[in-house]
Design a protein around this ligand. Sequence first.
Ligand code: BES
Ligand code: ZN
Length: 592
Amino acid sequence: MHRPDPHSFYETSQPKTRRLRLKFGVDFERKRIEGEATLEFGDAVQGDLDLDTKGLEILSVKVPGQGPIPWSLGDEDAILGRRLRLALPAGTREVAVQYLTSPEAMALQWLDPAQTEGKQAPFLFSQCQQIHARTLVPCQDTPVVRVSYQAEVTVPEGLTAVMSAGPAGDAPAGPGRHAFRFTMPQPIPTYLLALAVGRLESRDLSPRSRVWAEPETVAAAAWEFAGVEDMILKAEGLFGAYPWDRYDMLVLPPSFPYGGMENPRMTFLTPTLLAGDRSLVDVVAHELAHSWTGNLVTNASMEHFWLNEGFTVWAERRILRILHGTEAEALGWAMGQNALEESLDRFKAEPHLTVLRLHLEGIDPDDAFSSIPYEKGARLVAALEREVGEERFHRFLRDYMDAFRFTSITTEQFCTFVDQQLPGALKAVGADAYLHQPGLPETAPVFQSGQLDRLAALAERWAEGGRPTPDQIAAWTPAELLVYLQKLPRQVTQADCAWLDQHLALMGRGNYEILVEWLALAAAADYEPAFPRIREVLMKVGRMKYLRPLYGALGGHARTRALAREIFAAASPGYHGLSRRVVQGVLEKYPA
Ligand code: BES
Ligand code: ZN
């Protein structure tokens, strides 16, 4: 017996699920899904089958045509949930589980109408990565197992359901109910199962891409993401033909805890990307790039997460270079460096979480999350590219995609493949240090540009009175302004804050990266004029990337700590469970 993924009860000796047939009855009143999951094995199988579940109420387990079969639930593990062991009789080709999800299911956030843009109807969305699919469906919840799926989702009339799949028709389903059908023919890891239900409209952006959003935001979303087809073409130039047929996007309500989630055929996005100037569309480039690095070639478990994110960040920056040039790319790497240093600092007492090849037995993957697999990983990929040259690396990428398409692989499999295709390259870049040593190797690639140097030099002169001129400020792109703010000292005075706000018009920024960077500076300075805006942002937005630094920066003064606690008490019922946990962790570290 062997469990290859420390975050799943999946046993290699047991049959693998090949296909899922799902029926979801969405009940907004009880905040539950009435589920039926039929697991198909392709062949006749028998014996024990261990599934992952968390918070699921199991109602019945049957082999269709034969009737109920024995099952048992194991003890609750705080991270993994409960093992559901089924005893499959000889000749089983499929097994059907009827169940109810819990209102606390981590994969699901149930929103009241007030938490939506239109304020008219409730909204439901899922977020299964890392290991939350098991709170939505009993399944082998590990990327080692890949499944195709079909689904029928029944929702209140007037609402629309979308999934990480292609649409396969919809029809009325009894009084006041409507059913939507979906099919995902390609095999995916369960963390890419995704569902959203709400008042939704769509706008076509190209023959193979459209954006979904609430009616109130769909026009703004269509404008912001109008360049998506161009990005798809550039990504295809890097990786080969787009493998998932359509690339659609869904803009969620602001409590969505991430910037974006690469659900296949339906990327989920935070509405904070709607800056009004297309300045945050690199997140779309990132989620799109996951169509290859992550969704086509997938990490075998969270211990190899860098294979997903490191490659994707590298690809995102490469697309940025192709679309906007090397100066823009260098700014992207600089923002990444900033995030990497923050994460290395946050994990300074946990150096084992700063290696790329992680060991996560007994560790909740959400607690191990940081920018390290992203940025350290991307730097390893860039180092390999520099070592062998762009052309050879380009060919390598194509071969890598071909060799492992629709499979899930480990770091060790990746290294074996690199050793075959690019002999000596891993050793030459010192890959071992990235993979197995904490921190960032000193030899890691550095990304320089003239503008980056100028911004850094200007920010460095802040304390001695150096200030940007009005002409400089007027000429800055949002990315340049952001990098400048990131390079300012973390502790500025209240007079400095007043200067910054006045000359850079920071309080009214629609670009959340800039707004939050500024509000964190202001919070750390105990700058009272920013308090109302801080409250507004924290009451509305649930994106963890913003909550962590903002609540963190509020920890520096008695008055801002009191403000943070008061805001959290009011805001936390509206936060996603993941976001609530992150903020609780930040508040617990405040001095008493
Ligand atoms: N797959 C991630 C989001 C994720 C990671 C969800 C881990 C759950 C667990 C997604 O591709 C991502 O990385 N999103 C980033 C944006 C990106 C530009 C770095 C985010 O949400 O900020
Ligand atoms: Zn990603």
